[in-house]
Write a protein that binds this ligand. Structure first.
Ligand SMILES: Nc1ncnc2c1ncn2[C@@H]1O[C@H](COP(=O)(O)OP(=O)(O)O)[C@@H](O)[C@H]1O
Ligand SMILES: C=C(OP(=O)(O)O)C(=O)O
Ligand SMILES: [K+]
Ligand SMILES: [Mg+2]
Length: 526
């Protein structure tokens, strides 16, 4: 990795720090992914989340059943309709997750120094002496001295409801541990994490395969968040499954890197996946704390070079019960943006936190400020340098569009696309202005019926920094005749005007095909 500073080099006037930022919907290019749950599932709250800037909703199947998530999704659809803000849907799998269920939901008090048994016998009731875990094989994979972390589902780290255990011995189906800190476990579900130990469970469980085939197909999910991706084969297996599920062959896979094993195979995983989720909650337990920042910087750099989406998780844990983040958290969000992330994902903060809407607003405002001082010139040079020559024609066109837009100070870039490929290539160069992606539907057939592509491709732009999609009328379907292009461009610009990002006399850079050639043109509005 080159030692380049992605913060503007020119002196930033300290007084400018106090200037207020403009509050448009496009005020942040960085995308915000919110997990929906008990505190964020009624129509009104979801509307507020969308207005605040959430563009992808995540449904975590580690918790809740089909009907519960369906009800939330129906509310999301109503909110999208009412607010006219687009939102993509992400299905998050359970994967080889270890958990303890506490059916009676009574609080479990654990004392430092006490002995606690984790048992593979699921019929046992949870108590301060023994906890049933969903993995019979645990005793065969751990050894004396290993660390196990146990906490509330989506633990935030600022709670006193999680515990560290040290393995003393494994006996039959039991793992005998010493409690390392006094804690009270509350709730019905505790997630367990065994540091740097391979869990011999499939990355896609039977339940996951089933949820994709039912809930996933029914709702045409845009993204799979593939929990605990450990090998490129995990992504390939997920792809093969989706390819069999009709329209879900268009669904993108974001591999979630949440343990040491996934980190060790990062390069191969990145090659197969459409995007990467840096699952810092779990990875932050697997890695020593002093290494977490380094993983973030290296992984984001690799995603940027590959032109693939990246998402950073677990940024403002303290906002679960506080309306303001800590200064460390606020700085962390800005640094993720300066490190080049596409999006920020919220978990407990939106799912069960007291301030879901304030959380999204806070992330949007911090991201927008960081984007203002993001050193795009250095980033652009570094990115161009990283591409082997001869460059693919389309990438050359896309990077030229970004350069032209910077040089003429364009207010937006408009890109015509069907597959989304050209839009993603433009985003790769991280333009400082919004990119309006005009997604042109294309007619396809699976030999049984004809249908239009476009809806998936448009919504998938909602996870990529800087991209703002709109779906063109299918009557214009993939005909790049100049009259059609002109009328679509007019619709796009009207959309930009209505959103307040395009004004009279603005310069606009347009990337489209004219006849058989891709062209970049600069237009000046009257
Ligand atoms: N319907 C269209 N009309 C005009 N230009 C288009 C259209 N679809 C794609 N383009 C342009 O074609 C080039 C290839 O874009 P890409 O996103 O890869 O499209 P495709 O969907 O064909 O893969 C880009 O310059 C893009 O702007
Ligand atoms: C997002 C994370 O995990 P989960 O999907 O369990 O919330 C994480 O570990 O950062
Ligand atoms: K999950
Ligand atoms: Mg999880």
């Amino acid at each position: 990795m080159q030692a380049t500073q992605l913060l503007l080099e020119e002196p930033i006037r300290l007084a400018s720090i106090l200037e207020p930022s403009s509050p448009t919907a496009f005020s942040a290019l960085t995308k915000i992914i919110g997990t929906l749950g008990p505190h964020s599932r009624d129509v009104e709250t979801i509307e507020a989340l969308l207005m605040a800037g959430m563009s992808v909703a995540r449904f975590d199947f580690s918790w809740g059943d089909d009907a519960y998530h369906q009800e939330t999704l129906e509310n999301l659809k109503k909110a999208v309709k009412n607010t006219r803000r687009l939102c993509a849907v992400m299905l998050d799998t359970v994967g080889p997750e270890l958990y303890v269920s506490n059916k009676n939901e009574h609080a479990i008090e654990l004392q430092e120094g006490a002995t606690l048994v984790l048992t593979g016998d699921k019929s046992v009731d949870a108590s301060a002496e023994v906890l049933p875990i969903n993995y019979e094989g645990l005793a065969t994979v751990v050894k004396k001295g290993d660390t196990i972390f146990l906490g509330q589902y989506l633990f935030t780290g600022s709670e006193t409801t999680s515990v560290w255990l040290e393995v003393v011995e494994a006996k039959g189906k039991d793992v005998v541990c010493t409690v390392k800190n006094t804690a009270t476990l509350t709730g019905s579900l505790f997630t367990a994490h065994v540091s740097q130990v391979r869990i011999d469970l499939p990355t896609l469980s039977e339940a996951d395969l089933n949820v994709m085939a039912t809930w996933g197909v029914r709702n045409q999910v845009d993204f799979i968040s593939l929990s605990y991706t450990r090998h490129a084969d995990d992504v390939r297996a997920c792809r093969a499954h989706l390819d069999k599920l009709g329209d879900l062959r268009q669904t993108q896979i974001f591999a979630k890197i949440e343990n040491y094993e996934g980190l060790a195979h990062f390069d191969e995983i990145l090659e197969e996946a459409d995007g990467i989720i840096l699952s810092r909650g779990n990875l932050g337990i697997d890695l020593p704390p002093e290494k977490v920042f380094l993983f973030q910087k290296v992984a984001l750099h690799k995603c940027n070079v590959a032109g693939k989406a990246s998402i950073v998780t677990r940024v403002v844990d303290s906002m679960v019960d506080s309306p303001r983040p800590t200064r460390a958290e606020a700085t962390d969000v800005a640094n993720a943006v300066l490190d080049g992330t596409d999006g920020i994902m919220l978990g407990a903060e939106t799912l069960r936190g007291l301030y879901p809407v304030e959380t999204i607003t806070t992330i949007r405002k911090i991201s927008a400020e960081a984007e203002k001082v993001f050193n795009q010139a250095v980033y652009f040079k570094r990115t161009i340098k990283g591409v082997k020559e001869p460059m693919q024609h389309l990438e050359s066109i896309a990077s030229s569009a970004v350069r032209a837009a910077t040089k003429v100070r364009a207010s937006v870039i408009v890109v015509f696309t069907s597959s989304g490929r050209c839009a993603r290539l433009i985003a790769k160069y991280r333009p400082t202005m919004p990119v309006l992606c005009v997604v042109i539907p294309r007619l396809t057939t699976n030999h049984l019926r004809w249908s239009f592509t476009g809806a998936f491709q448009a919504r998938q732009c909602l996870a990529i920094r800087g991209l703002f999609p709109m779906l063109a009328d299918p009557r214009h379907s993939s005909d790049s005749a100049s009259t059609t292009n002109e009328s679509i461009l007019k619709v796009a610009l009207d959309h930009g005007k209505a959103a307040g990002i395009v004004k009279a006399h603005d310069r606009i850079v347009v990337c489209q095909k004219v006849g058989d050639s891709s062209v970049v043109k600069i237009i000046e509005l009257d």
